[in-house]
Design a protein around this ligand. Sequence first.
Ligand SMILES: [Zn+2]
Length: 191
Amino acid sequence: MTAVCRDPGPRLTFRQVAASQYMSAPNGGARKNPGSWASSAIVRQVMQSNRSRDTRPELILRSSLHRQGLRFKVAARPIAAVPITADLVFAGVRVAVFFNGCFWHACPSHAQIPNLNSTYWGPKITATAARDASVDHVLRQAGWRVIRVWEHDRVDLAVALIARAVRNRHHVFEAKIRRSALEVDRSSPHR
Ligand SMILES: [Zn+2]
């Protein structure tokens, strides 16, 4: 029996969820914890995924957002002409979400790079962080709200943050459309 879940996801961090036995044990999850946030469909999706282990948190994020009734593009360009790919794109309200692993994206709390300049990974990680900053800048300049979800973030809180941002922007964009409609009215010859 699969229960219908309306909660925003587990009160665990993405890292905890990805590392849990629940996600890594084939066929084990659904039996151990029936009706939980991780439906058997998600487990199947994870098992079938050919991508690296690091994307498990992304699958959890996407599934949790879907359950909130949110729809979005995955691995898409927020701006067609600009070669930036966001993990999730809410095109109508211009919200772009990036999922950041703590190590690769140099999370200030968890990156734990032993010696930035003497290792192979150090410069790569530094470059990734610099690229992230410039991506954020470009998108914000173009009127996008950029949300970076960290591996150390709690799933339920990240989902709530994104849902709130999308809904708030929805109101703002609707108000803008109404305002421009009024402006058209005012500039009409009846005036
Ligand atoms: Zn972190």
